[in-house]
Design a protein around this ligand. Structure first.
Ligand code: NAD
Length: 428
């Protein structure tokens, strides 16, 4: 009897942390509001294609090692699939599936002509040499060659992949195609057809989301106190941009540690420190906190910008922030959503708040296809227009359906994909 109960509890907890189930829960709620019929509902919740590949790699010690890689293409209705490739030891198909579906909804929320895709390879890049990473990346690219392409599926960087990874993918694809194909990936180095403004784009989108949310909340405190989880591309650059806008960054963390300074950190200095030491550990004149303590700090705004499942039913009640702007994908579980909503916390959901990255990826793809490149000011202006318009559309949808911004973003996104799907019809 008691062991049965224990199993039931742990299954509930496991289900809460399963990103695909979390995504499906929000999808179902939004689909109910839209009155989506069961057929289209099934089409939209089912990934169009899932590819699993074996990636043999000659390691530096002469041994052959076989890695497992995935590419999931969730939905092609609105255009080629778009989404990053993640390298991490805990990559799994359920996670890649959820991330691919989130990309469909994210591209749709900001109205880009893309569907959603995502890839991942189970590996520990911190324990691999550059040569091993290059050979793994090229073999993975060759293995998924048939399903990617500028009109099929356009990968980008995600956790533990970067400009260099994209350069290897672009070169491998181009060698197979016997011609240079820059539009095959985004997030490339500028010298290979990357876009100005791409590196900062997600952080800039987060900053703009904070700005728009504070306006909507009539929150007029001069220097809102912000806690940022994650100090990488999204968290680190986002925090720097927020500071430029007058926010006080009281705490930031990386995988090693969280640091806290109630009078505010100097983000330029923090980022210099990380660049030099590859960690926040040892940063001077600050208090050190555990990751769990950081999320519960007294602050106005919390920006989770590291990884999934950070705000859950176990800590949501104790979160003190009035506004949460999700830089990461899936940092809040569906169970935590309900708790935060009951407390009156405004959550700007991931599929809106971190859409700046895919928006400038779209700009990069457009520039590559036209072989004509824009100035950074032009990129940033266009990004701001997309973020401000999308925020207003999600806010209006939330008011219309009397739902949270999260469910509103799903309603807007799912409706757009469903309209396209119905127009294209079901090919038989
Ligand atoms: P990154 O690898 O550049 O940085 C991740 C940061 O989080 C690092 O500082 C790392 O040390 C830290 N971190 C990892 N685990 C942590 C933990 N448990 N607690 C505290 N810190 C932790 O990655 P990124 O590109 O900044 O991506 C972060 C998140 O944003 C991911 O969820 C990613 O999917 C999402 N995202 C990224 C982009 C983009 O353009 N890079 C776009 C949209 C969404």
């Amino acid at each position: 009897m008691s062991s049965g109960t224990a199993v039931a509890v742990s299954k509930t907890q496991l289900d809460e942390l399963n990103p695909f189930l979390s995504m499906s829960k929000r999808f179902d709620t939004a689909a109910d509001h839209l009155g989506l019929d069961s057929g289209v509902r099934e089409v939209l919740r089912t990934p169009d294609r899932e590819v699993t590949v074996a990636i043999p790699v000659q390691m530096d010690n002469g041994q052959l090692k076989v890695f497992t890689g995935y590419r999931v293409q969730h939905n092609f209705s609105r255009g080629p699939c778009k989404g990053g490739i993640r390298y991490a030891p805990d990559v799994n198909l359920d996670e890649v599936r959820a991330l691919a579906a989130w990309m469909t909804w994210k591209c749709s929320v900001v109205d880009l002509p893309f569907g959603g895709g995502k890839g991942g390879v189970i590996c520990d890049p911190r324990k691999m040499s550059m040569g091993e990473l290059e050979r793994m990346t090229r073999r993975y690219t060759a293995a998924i060659m048939d399903v990617i392409g500028p009109d099929r599926d356009v990968p980008a960087p995600d956790v533990n992949t970067n400009e260099q990874t994209m350069a290897w993918i672009m070169d491998t694809y181009s060698m197979h195609m016997r011609g240079t194909s820059t539009a095959i990936v985004t997030g490339k180095p500028l010298a290979l057809g990357g876009s100005k403004g791409r590196t900062e784009a997600t952080g800039r989108g987060v900053m703009l989301s904070v700005r728009e949310a504070l306006k909507k909340m009539n929150f007029n405190v001069a220097n809102p106190r912000v806690v940022v989880q994650g100090a990488g591309n999204v968290g680190g650059l986002g925090a720097r941009l927020l500071q430029e806008q007058g926010c006080k960054i009281v705490s930031i963390s990386d995988i090693d540690i969280a640091i806290y300074k109630p009078e505010g950190l100097n983000m330029v200095d923090v980022l210099e420190f990380i660049k030099k030491h590859k960690t926040l550990r040892g940063y001077p004149n600050v208090q050190q906190l555990t990751h769990a303590e950081q999320l519960l700090l007294d602050c106005d705004i919390l920006v989770p910008a590291a990884t999934e499942n950070q705000i859950t039913s176990s800590n949501a009640e104790r979160v003190k922030a009035k506004l949460i702007v999700e830089g990461a994908n899936g940092p809040t579980t569906a169970a935590a959503d309900a708790i935060l909503e009951a407390k009156g916390v405004v959550v700007v959901p991931d599929i809106l708040a971190n859409a700046g990255g895919v928006t400038v990826s779209y700009f990069e793809w457009v520039q590559d296809r036209a072989a004509y490149f824009w100035s950074e000011a032009e990129v940033n202006t266009k990004l701001e227009q997309v973020m401000v318009r999308s925020f207003a559309e999600v806010d209006a949808t939330a008011k219309k359906y009397k739902v949270s911004m999260r469910i509103a973003a799903y309603i807007l996104a799912i409706d757009r994909v469903a309209i396209t799907y119905r127009l294209r019809g079901t090919y038989a």
